[in-house]
Design a protein around this ligand. Structure first.
Ligand code: KPL
Length: 315
């Protein structure tokens, strides 16, 4: 990616006023969402954290699903001077959500919606406590994304995105799903977002640790070698979900997992990518969250426990 790109070479203009979206967390998925929002005509500003101040910030090199590559100028700002924020889209890794948002405590205007799109659970409630005057929205997405260099992103799979309210103030924010849908092709609003979060957690408990530990593409989990372990993971997650008041069955969860395995067969899971790059994984917010809930209900989850330990030890 060449540095020092001039804006007039790029596809979009800078937007000095108030962007539609301010995005915190420009990893693979964040970079793809920023690109898709920009291309749909919704000006987006990327908020960079302090540790990125010393690095170069060229335009975004974005490759869409059809393989077309283009350079996009996307406005950037630093977290200490974020500029006006209309909606905040938080796409950091689960483990970084709280530390990334902390500088905005007391700075973010009341009423500005905070949309959280990360793997794992247990964080949205903490964000709602930190920002009692803001609508907090939890989201799940199954889009595939790859980052192959500094600000070089590829959209690798069209997925579904669902948003829903975490606190009362967020109940009036359903229109945000429509706006995301303009960029993503589909996005829906679901008042029962907790159920969708659990279903996504089940998929992540099954796919992410195994693909990361065995260094596989998602599709390779369809082989007979993994049939038993996937089944056992789903039995354990279903037990915990039922104890949490989420009606489901291990068969239903296994069907969901196998559908995602098939739809994302050619993708590397985010945990695989994190481990390969030596980054912190989301194991705490995914399997760690499950283990915490299992302990509360006194449910044994030995297979998930083993995967959790193996991922922790590998780092
Ligand atoms: O969410 C994912 C991830 O990689 O984190 C899945 C759905 C497993 C797709 O890779």
């Amino acid at each position: 990616m060449p540095s020092g790109l001039r804006d007039n070479n790029l596809k979009t203009r800078r937007h000095p006023v108030s962007p539609e979206w301010t995005l915190l967390g420009c990893g693979a998925l964040g970079g793809v969402f920023a690109s898709l929002l920009t291309l749909s005509g919704q000006p987006t500003r990327i908020l960079l954290r302090e540790r990125h101040r010393a690095t170069l910030h060229p335009g975004i090199d974005f490759t869409s699903l059809d393989g077309h590559t283009q350079l996009l100028a996307i406005e950037r700002a630093f977290i200490d001077k974020p500029g006006p924020i209309r909606r905040l889209l938080v796409m950091t890794k689960a483990g970084q959500v709280i530390s990334a948002l902390t500088p905005l405590v007391g700075q973010l205007a009341a009423g500005v919606p905070i949309v959280l799109l990360h793997n794992g659970m247990g964080i949205a409630e903490r964000v709602a406590a930190l920002f009692p005057h803001n609508p907090v929205i939890a989201g799940v997405t199954s889009h595939g994304a790859l980052q192959s260099g500094h600000f070089v992103f590829r959209h690798t799979g069209r997925g579904e995105t669902w948003l829903g309210p975490v606190n009362e103030a967020a109940r009036s924010c359903a229109h945000l799903a429509d706006e995301l849908a303009r960029a993503l092709g589909q996005a829906g609003w679901d008042e029962q977002i907790l159920t969708r979060q659990w279903q996504k957690l089940a998929v992540n408990c099954a796919i992410n640790p195994l693909t990361a530990l065995y260094r596989l593409k998602n599709g390779e989990l369809a082989g007979p070698r993994f049939a038993d372990v996937l089944q056992q993971i789903c039995v354990e997650v279903a037990d915990v979900m039922q104890a949490e008041g989420q009606p489901t069955s291990s068969d239903e969860l296994l069907r969901r997992v196998m559908t995602v395995v098939e739809l994302t067969a050619d993708n590397y899971s985010s945990m695989y990518q994190d481990m390969e790059q030596g980054r912190e994984t989301e194991i705490e917010a995914i399997t760690g969250f499950l283990l915490g809930k299992a302990a509360v209900h006194g449910i044994a989850v030995p297979v998930n426990q083993g995967l959790y330990q193996a991922v922790k030890e590998k780092r």
